[in-house]
Design a protein around this ligand. Structure first.
Ligand code: ASP
Length: 331
């Protein structure tokens, strides 16, 4: 008989572990998952570590660090780690943890559910089973499993507030899918190993994500400069257009000249930004902004927060954004 794979379940809260309370659904510790875990124990040797018990709206960079630290410290002795997490900010956490754990040498799979496990119709059992199968499959990297699909953590976006197919792998193929053949892994999507595993948990909170709107007052960029922000991600229009008729360019230039790293992505969910196509984009490139290309906003934000937190200077950050660390960008 095959030896069961050893999987650590790290719980952080979210709907998957929630029960109705006086003010709506509230997360509980892993006890509410016991029935499901007992079923999974037929296939896997499971240990559980309750890291925190939060609705993911309350998860901050401090919790990303705690999760990354727990994964790093506990990874020896396990074949894989599953992290149960609320869906609302799971894409941010999975992306941030990807950058905090370069060279991760085992599978780390985030999952959650739209309907609590406590409900007989919950999507949690399916999502947990996919996550455990990926965690046992032996491919190192940080992944997110949902609705029978597995994607790179740094490519995941929550696209539905309530539908069961809540996450998509944006601008990248799925790393695995569940079919009649079981878990079918697409090896071409798996992250390329990056040397020895490291815990690089330092991250800066001084990055602001701005969604551009027509006619937006550009003094917001001067305010960010005055507030001490170190990085700005601008979700621009279409291929990366910004209104150049008003004061926007002057304000953005002041930020870049003051050493703030400005990354421009697109507010379109799919495809890559390309600032070289239009005059409005080329003006930005000339002043030194970085193109986010096909990165998700979650990945661009967390990569910039991480790069600044690692003490990189603007030129080093520019070089970092021209590399794919874990499959977050297609180059
Ligand atoms: N509000 C919940 C959370 O993110 C939603 C969920 O888990 O689906 O914690």
């Amino acid at each position: 008989m095959d030896v069961k794979k050893k999987i650590l379940l790290l719980t952080t809260g979210g709907t998957i572990a929630s029960m109705p309370g006086g003010e709506g659904l509230e997360p509980h510790r892993s006890g509410v998952m016991e029935r499901e875990l007992n079923q999974l124990r037929t296939y896997y040797d499971i240990s559980v570590l309750d890291a925190m018990c939060l609705d993911s709206s309350n998860i901050r960079p401090e919790e990303w660090q705690q999760i990354a630290r727990l994964i790093f410290e506990n990874r020896e002795g396990y074949d894989g780690i599953v992290v149960s997490h609320g869906t609302d900010t799971m894409a941010y956490t999975a992306s941030a943890v990807t950058f905090m754990l370069p060279g991760i040498d085992l599978p780390v799979v985030f999952t959650g559910s739209q309907l609590p496990l406590a409900d007989v119709l919950s999507d949690g059992p399916d999502n947990l089973r996919t996550a455990f199968a990926m965690a046992a499959a032996g491919h190192p990297g940080v992944f997110l499993a949902f609705d029978r699909k597995v994607m790179l953590g740094c490519r995941a976006v929550k696209v539905r507030a309530s539908g069961f197919s809540a996450f998509e792998s944006v601008n990248a193929r799925y790393a695995a899918r569940v079919s009649n053949l079981g878990l079918v892994v697409d090896k071409s999507v798996l992250p390329v190993p990056q040397g020895e595993p490291r815990l690089a948990e330092n991250i800066s909170k001084g990055v602001f994500l701005n969604k551009l709107t027509p006619g937006m007052d550009p003094s917001i960029f001067d305010m960010l400069l005055a507030m001490g922000y170190r990085g700005i991600v601008i979700e621009a229009f279409g291929l990366g257009g910004i209104n150049v008729l008003g004061k926007s360019l002057t304000s953005i230039r002041r930020c870049v000249d003051a050493g703030i790293t400005v990354v421009v992505t697109t507010q379109c969910l799919y495809d890559s930004s390309d600032l070289r196509v239009y005059q409005v984009g080329n003006r930005l490139l000339e002043m030194g902004v970085i193109q986010g290309l096909d990165m998700t906003s979650e990945a661009a934000m967390t990569k910039l927060m991480w790069a600044i937190g690692q003490g990189m200077e603007p030129e080093q950050i520019r070089a970092l954004f021209a590399q794919s660390l874990a499959g977050e960008i297609a180059l």
